[in-house]
Design a protein around this ligand. Sequence first.
Ligand code: ATR
Length: 262
Amino acid sequence: MKKYLVIGNPIEHSMSPKLHNYWLKENNINAIYDKRKLEVSELKRIISQVKEEKINGINVTVPFKKTVIPFLDELSTEAKDTQSVNTIYFQNGITIGHNTDIAGFELAIKYAKYDLANKKIFVLGAGGVSPSIIYALRKMKVSKISLSNRTKEKAESLKNLFKDIEIVDWGERIDFDMIINATSIGLKNEDSLNFDYSANGPDKYFYDVIYNPKETLFLKRAKLFGNRTENGKMMFIYQAHQSFTIWNKIMPKINEEVIKLI
Ligand code: ATR
């Protein structure tokens, strides 16, 4: 029986096992997908199990997307350019780290039929998923990317990867067409970003990477002010879809039933 894992800390909240196990069953694949909470000191050991083929693939979530890199033999271009790995697989005797968050975000935006070309984008947060979002936004030819993070140094270190982004002080408000919450604010229902929703006028696009809860206060309030909103559910599904396809060489279905699972 094949074995897949998602690793992170915390990990209880992860919906990846539910989705992957559903697709494994649908496609009659004899495998199980589990979740495991790890400490940094355990990363080397778990990745060596991929080389020993005791584990057939790993998804990596917060806070290890960057810290796993030294333990891998090779990185895909996307993983290298973002310094972020969310998918590990074994091929031709080597362990490879790849990033499917980029395609996940890009496909989710296409699914939502939002045209990003020449738009001004404001990204909030410089944590684990932010480099992938910035990479995807550049690929989709937006006109400008501004980034703001409570800890400014983290935003500045992302500017080393993506020289053309603008860093904005935390709390400062700027003009945008689309704003993306890539912070963890909102994971708890009562959490909310301190934000002046009336300053930019209606008809902006508010995107939250969070999909559980389904509608964060950030999205709820944005909607009340006449903006378009979207949560991170399709991004989550598409990144999983890409990982599954790499590991199993089968493209699983994304239909109403799958979308309802999450
Ligand atoms: P990690 O930082 O380990 O990558 P993450 O969940 O991917 O974890 O990122 C958390 C993001 O939410 C960070 O951008 C974090 O800001 P800091 O870099 O300043 O920590 C942001 N964040 C979390 N709680 C916040 C809060 N109460 N106010 C502002 N930003 C917050």
